[in-house]
Ligand binder design. Structure first.
Ligand SMILES: *[C@@H]1O[C@H](CO)[C@@H](O)[C@H](O)[C@H]1NC(C)=O
Ligand SMILES: *[C@@H]1O[C@H](CO)[C@@H](O)[C@H](O)[C@H]1NC(C)=O
Ligand SMILES: *[C@@H]1O[C@H](CO)[C@@H](O)[C@H](O)[C@H]1NC(C)=O
Ligand SMILES: *[C@@H]1O[C@H](CO)[C@@H](O)[C@H](O)[C@H]1NC(C)=O
Ligand SMILES: *[C@@H]1O[C@H](CO)[C@@H](O)[C@H](O)[C@H]1NC(C)=O
Ligand SMILES: *[C@@H]1O[C@H](CO)[C@@H](O)[C@H](O)[C@H]1NC(C)=O
Ligand SMILES: *[C@@H]1O[C@H](CO)[C@@H](O)[C@H](O)[C@H]1NC(C)=O
Ligand SMILES: *[C@@H]1O[C@H](CO)[C@@H](O)[C@H](O)[C@H]1NC(C)=O
Ligand SMILES: *[C@@H]1O[C@H](CO)[C@@H](O)[C@H](O)[C@H]1NC(C)=O
Ligand SMILES: *[C@@H]1O[C@H](CO)[C@@H](O)[C@H](O)[C@H]1NC(C)=O
Ligand SMILES: *[C@@H]1O[C@H](CO)[C@@H](O)[C@H](O)[C@H]1NC(C)=O
Ligand SMILES: *[C@@H]1O[C@H](CO)[C@@H](O)[C@H](O)[C@H]1NC(C)=O
Length: 755
């Protein structure tokens, strides 16, 4: 309320100032410079023209006022060219004489050769407003002009019988006309006849020719008889301009620049001079300081509808409707009307109250809007900062360079992922680890995804992070969790993966302690998962464009989908190995129990570190024990070491998982155990490569064994699994083609045996 009142007070004050200012300005009539002769006879002389001294802007604009005439007559400069009008629109009207050439039957000739010489470069004859006319029945008229260079034009008028001419028509019979070119500054008019008018005498004794304003002369047959033209003068419109440069050039010389306050400068044609014009809503003399005066539209036009009050403003005006009325108040506009006829009986008090409330509300809304906009701007700025900090620029660059890789990878907007995770709600957390928190997200298209909030504090890691994203972008393997995209607009980078429904291998193998009666994962499934994992690692080590070391292979990082297909995940710790280096030095990182002891000692990371970790996974699958368990006695605490020593002591059968061990698969288990032992050798070079491991496991899968559907440990779920597993094998998607046929044969054989 207070604010509104204050505002109206200011408005009143402002109006007062304007009105006072208006009232105190004297009426401006003189267009001449103060102290200069403002007129000569009937002709007003506006500045830049003047009668000498400082009254004319330059010598060109000098006007001689010859007082020997009554009324006095002004002349251009010191010439005999009479001025009849000076306009501030850049034009000047002068009088020009006609040339004549007259004969009588005794051969007497009387003639005047008229020449107009405007020695002023800023002045020229306006070509659209003037034209050249010649009258006569034996007439050839020529005009020699000067417009920088010389030119000549002319026309011919002949008539054999004076009765042929028609009034108003200057088409060559008795009268002819032609236009003149642009920029003519001087001209000579010459008249010639072919036969000294002998054939047309006495009806047409004279030829006449002149330049005149277009509409000043119209032909009449009577003019052919007359001698009047010998003294006749015709008006000609000249253009004038200031200086000989463009506005831009002239403006630089502020002292001598012609255009003053509230005026625009306009370039003349060819930029050879300029002229000034008052702003719209102003009039007066733009060449005089303070010459352009505000037009009081309220007085001169009364532009407002009867009920509206008119307020003159600099350059414009305002019509304001009475309180309670709406519209622009202008006669030409919407006028003033009551907003709603039904409410017309409202008291003015209510109107005022309503007005102020609406004003106040509007103000409030404006503030809120402003705040909201600022806040949004702030947020988007922050996002952009994060984007850069998180290497968004780098990523964009990399992406653009690596066109041709997976094109389904997407850079997600922060909002999209916020929405998908219900603003990272706790209920959406799928898991938490050293690398970050994984949330379940549902995208706009109902796709379920896993969103990983990475932990990256150190800006120097940004490049590496981007590199990893780029690597994951390239990986398209059935047994590697697929990266769908990322988001860099948040403080910590977000990775979006496909959502794997069935949890981790750790959960399935160790039952996570919650349900000990649940059937254990059957051996066949364990072996297949191991094979798939080995294939994935083999692919990462050798097939991807840059070898990748996963660095954190463990049960918890092997996910299973609906069909118990393995999906290697969590590449947070993964490192790329440039192709020319077989090993790189890193900070030792990984999970205790799975960690390559050689790497632990030397910090030299090689592909064999993953082989060791995978060996531990194999051992876990074989024994059903956890990699590290502090509940176990000290010598059994680290599973890998305990397993190796057991094998050395030939006690393998004691450590194998009794839930899967049976007569039919004991050989297969022994083979796998042997492989696992080689994987966890102390010296990296003695371990097999992942490729060899994958090959061996594929081969082992085909080993003769008792179908696990007959295992006494099997439950209903496992039988369901069997069907699934067979169907996945039939796809043959992961199996290397090398062993494919033999697998089929073996399975057939094995089923036969089962019957
Ligand atoms: C005005 O014209 C006169 C006559 O040509 C000249 O002497 C005088 O210098 C001119 N004034 C200016 C300011 O150029
Ligand atoms: C004024 O006009 C008269 C008559 O044409 C002429 O004799 C006289 O020289 C003129 N005066 C000036 C100052 O040009
Ligand atoms: C032609 O004009 C001259 C001079 O005005 C005059 O002396 C002469 O008589 C005229 N001739 C005729 C035929 O009118
Ligand atoms: C000639 O006069 C017309 C009408 O006043 C004007 O629009 C035009 O610009 C003039 N021409 C030149 C060359 O100044
Ligand atoms: C006009 O005629 C005069 C005198 O013959 C001559 O000096 C001048 O150059 C002519 N001007 C033009 C434009 O032909
Ligand atoms: C001009 O035309 C009129 C009427 O058509 C005629 O009477 C007259 O003789 C003509 N004059 C000449 C010189 O041919
Ligand atoms: C042209 O108009 C004048 C009067 O203005 C008249 O005397 C004359 O006869 C007219 N000529 C023709 C050919 O119509
Ligand atoms: C032509 O101009 C002269 C001089 O300004 C004026 O007296 C006359 O009336 C004009 N004629 C026409 C037809 O406009
Ligand atoms: C035009 O003719 C008049 C006399 O008829 C003369 O006084 C004047 O100087 C002439 N104008 C020009 C520009 O020659
Ligand atoms: C422009 O005007 C100035 C001063 O009037 C003169 O010195 C200069 O020569 C003129 N330039 C042109 C190209 O006419
Ligand atoms: C109203 O409109 C007419 C024609 O559109 C216009 O000539 C007139 O100047 C306008 N009046 C005002 C006050 O705007
Ligand atoms: C004022 O505006 C109203 C509504 O537009 C119109 O009906 C009325 O004629 C206008 N009055 C005047 C004086 O222009």
């Amino acid at each position: 309320m207070c604010l509104t009142r204050f505002r109206s007070f200011v408005l009143v004050l402002l109006l007062n100032v304007i009105l006072t200012a208006k009232a105190s300005t004297p009426a401006a009539t003189s267009q001449a410079k103060p102290g200069c002769q403002s007129r000569c006879g009937d002709i007003i002389i506006p500045y830049p023209f003047g009668t000498g001294g400082d009254c004319n802007i330059t010598e060109d604009f000098f006007i001689t006022c010859n007082t020997s005439f009554t009324p006095n007559k002004p002349f251009v400069s010191t010439s005999n060219i009479e001025v009849i009008d000076i306009s501030l629109d850049g034009q000047l009207r002068i009088l020009s004489n006609a040339s004549y050439d007259c004969y009588n039957t005794s051969g007497y000739r009387r003639w005047l050769y008229f020449s107009l010489w405007l020695g002023l470069p800023g002045f020229s004859i306006n070509n659209t407003k003037n034209r050249f006319t010649a009258i006569g029945c034996d007439t050839y008229a020529r005009v020699d002009g000067f417009l920088g260079q010389n030119y000549a034009t002319g026309c011919l008028s002949l008539c054999s019988n004076i009765t042929d001419v028609s009034n108003g028509s200057c088409s060559g019979i008795g009268c002819c006309q032609t236009s003149i070119p642009k920029g003519v500054r001087s001209y000579n008019i010459t008249l010639e006849s072919y036969d000294n008018h002998a054939a047309v005498l006495p009806e047409n004794p004279c030829s006449y020719a002149f330049i005149a304003e277009n509409d000043n002369y119209s032909f009449s047959s009577t003019d052919l008889l007359s001698f009047d033209f010998q003294d006749k003068q015709f008006p000609v419109t000249l253009d004038w301009k200031i200086g000989n440069t463009s506005c831009n050039e002239a403006e630089k010389d502020t002292m001598n620049f012609g255009c003053k306050e509230n005026s625009n400068c306009n370039d003349s044609e060819n930029n050879s001079g300029y002229f000034c014009k008052c702003y719209e809503g102003y009039n007066g003399n733009p060449y005089l300081s303070n010459g352009c005066k505000d037009i009081n539209e309220c007085e001169t036009m009364s532009p407002c509808n009867g009920t509206a009050s008119c307020i003159n403003l600099p350059g414009t005006y305002n019509c304001s409707c009475p309180v309670g009325y709406e519209g622009d108040g202008r006669k030409n506009g919407t006028g003033c009307s009551l907003p709603n006829k039904g409410q017309s009986k409202r008291s003015p008090l209510i109107d005022v109250a309503l007005g102020t409330s609406i004003g106040f509300l509007g103000l409030l809304l404006g503030i809120v809007l402003l705040y909201w906009m600022l806040r949004r701007k702030q947020i988007s700025k922050l996002r952009e900062e994060y984007f850069q900090q998180n290497g968004g620029i780098l990523l964009r660059e990399q992406l653009s360079r690596r066109q041709g890789y997976r094109e389904d990878v997407k850079v997600f907007a922060a909002e999209e992922l916020e929405k998908a995770t219900n603003n990272y709600h706790e209920s959406r957390i799928l898991g938490q680890g050293g690398q970050g928190t994984v949330y379940k997200g549902i995208l706009g298209d109902n796709r379920v995804v896993a969103i990983k909030k990475s932990i990256i504090g150190d800006p120097s890691q940004v490049e590496q992070f981007i590199n990893e994203i780029m690597v994951l972008y390239q990986i398209n393997h059935r047994n590697v969790v697929k990266l769908l995209g990322c988001c860099l607009e948040t403080q910590v980078p977000l990775l979006v993966y496909e959502y794997i429904t069935n949890g981790t291998l750790f959960h399935h193998l160790h039952n996570d302690g919650d349900d000990n009666d649940a059937p254990s994962l059957p051996w066949e499934a364990r072996l297949r998962i191991a094979t798939e994992t080995a294939e994935a690692l083999s692919y990462l080590h050798s097939s991807a464009s840059v070898p990748i070391i996963h660095r954190d292979i463990k049960l918890a990082n092997i996910l299973l989908d609906d069909n118990f297909i393995a999906k290697v995940s969590d590449f947070g710790a993964s490192r790329l190995i440039p192709s020319d280096e077989a090993q790189i030095t890193t900070m030792v990182q990984g999970t205790f129990g799975y960690l390559d002891p050689e790497y632990m000692i030397t910090s030299l990371l090689t592909e064999k570190s993953d082989v060791y970790s995978f060996g531990v996974v194999l051992i876990e699958l074989l024994t059903g024990q956890k990699a590290v368990c502090f509940k176990r006695s000290e010598e059994k605490r680290v599973l890998a070491m305990y397993f190796v020593s057991s094998m050395k002591e030939d006690r393998l059968l004691d450590v194998l998982d009794p839930r899967v061990l049976n007569d039919e698969n004991v050989e297969q288990l022994k083979e796998v155990a042997g492989l696992a032992r080689r994987c966890v050798r102390m010296k990296g070079e003695e371990r097999p490569t992942m490729k060899e491991v994958a090959h061996e496991l594929t081969g082992l899968q085909a080993m003769p064994k008792h179908p696990w559907s007959e295992s006494k440990l099997m439950g209903e779920e496992a039988e369901y699994l069997l069907g699934d597993l067979n169907s996945t094998y039939d796809d043959g998607a992961t199996s290397s083609t090398m062993g494919y046929d033999s697998i089929n044969n073996k399975i057939t054989f094995q089923l036969d045996r089962a019957r």
